[in-house]
Write a protein that binds this ligand. Structure first.
Ligand code: SF4
Ligand code: SF4
Length: 363
């Protein structure tokens, strides 16, 4: 069945090596039809280091050519089984006609087996039955054929908000669905980039790493036991928060809009793995507790249930912040003495005919 290249593929071809070049195109098939708000897709458009345009246009050295089939921006929207039909790329992959491809899943996977009929979520119709193909069926069909599988956002990684207590869908993350030990046919585990939404550069950087790995230019992507890239999720929010100085000195905000540490008004930063305060949100600007918003732990497998109600003081914070308040007041007093001294210039910096710096001529 004929299919036209996507805009992104067409552009990357026009800037790539001359015709006849055999370099394979890595297709990225993006399913945002899990239980999702598309916030991770939107977030990725804000990436700057690198931007998605830089990845797609092939301006980064060493990357294979890629073609992104991304519902958020794709212009292909023709009739089913037409030449410009977006879903046709997914059928091609299912038929084994796309090699290699990386599957990106956005949104949590509902449990389709807990009901007698209907579907929780899906996209595209099965030409044989005329019925929607569920998202979990797409995962069943495509994951075994993909070179790599990436779960984008906390919903796809760990279930997230859609998998809260009381939800009717039995939603879960991709590792819950496929198995935490699942490996692609290339031996890659599921790569999880959590965040609600993802920090834009966290995802673009992970994608670039994987593309370098596929090109044979990088070793196996380092992941922790929750399948997160270790260089992005190895430290806590607190370890990268520029309010940690206030915490250490026992200075805590009791209301929003003040510059001190937010732990007593709901910040979970000390136990949350995320680099947002250190990295900023877009191009180093923004964040969460660093700019006055409590960390609600949106990257964590226990999110959101284990962190609600968000605006209450986390249970462990009372003990640690009380200890810090006690020794912090002593430290603050000692520092204020030193600070007073270092806030003045040395006494030899003055006008007049007498040199008072202590200089001794060497001759
Ligand atoms: S605001 Fe949160 S992350 Fe920042 S120092 Fe306080 S507790 Fe830590
Ligand atoms: S700092 Fe906290 S709330 Fe902000 S993105 Fe990271 S985990 Fe989510």
């Amino acid at each position: 069945m004929a299919s036209t290249p996507t805009t992104t593929e067409a552009t990357s071809r026009s800037t790539g090596p001359p015709a006849g070049d055999e370099e394979p195109v890595v297709h990225i098939l993006w399913i945002n039809a899990g239980l999702s708000c598309d916030g991770d897709s939107v977030s990725l458009t804000a990436a700057t280091q690198p931007s998605i345009e830089e990845i797609v246009l092939g301006v980064l050295p060493g990357l294979p050519k890629i073609a992104v089939h991304w519902p958020l921006i794709d212009f292909e929207c023709g009739p089913v089984q037409g030449a410009d039909n977006f879903v046709e790329w997914f059928f091609k992959a299912d038929r084994g006609e796309l090699e290699p491809f990386v599957l990106v899943v956005e949104g949590s996977i509902p449990n389709e087996s807990i009901k007698a009929e209907g579907y929780w979520c899906g996209f595209g119709d099965d030409p044989e039955t005329g019925q929607p193909i569920t998202t979990s069926e797409w995962v069943d069909r495509l994951a075994p054929k993909a070179t790599g599988v990436i779960a984008i956002g906390t919903c796809a990684t760990y279930g997230g908000i859609h998998a809260m207590a009381g939800n009717p869908t039995g939603a879960m993350g991709l590792p819950d669905y496929l198995g935490w030990d699942w490996k692609s046919k290339a031996g890659l585990p599921i790569v999880c980039v959590p965040g609600c939404p993802i920090q834009p550069d966290n995802f673009s950087e992970t994608l670039v790493y994987l593309l370098h790995q596929l090109a044979g230019a990088a070793p196996m992507i380092p992941l922790d036991d929750k399948l997160r890239p270790t260089w992005l999720f190895g430290a806590t929010v607190h370890e990268g928060c520029d309010r940690a100085g206030y915490y250490e000195q026992g200075q805590f905000a009791s209301e929003y809009g003040t510059p001190e540490c937010l732990v007593r008004i709901g910040c979970w930063g000390p136990v949350v793995k995320c680099n947002v305060p250190k990295r900023g949100w877009i191009n180093g600007v923004g964040g969460c507790p660093n700019v006055g918003g409590i960390c609600i732990a949106c990257t964590m497998p226990g999110f959101p249930d284990k962190f609600m109600p968000f605006m209450d003081e986390p249970p462990g914070a009372k003990v640690s912040s009380s200890a810090s308040a006690a020794y912090g007041s002593v430290i603050r007093r000692l520092r204020s003495i030193t600070a007073h001294s270092v806030d003045r210039e040395p006494k030899w910096r003055h006008t007049g005919r007498k040199l008072a710096t202590g200089y001794k001529p060497p001759w």
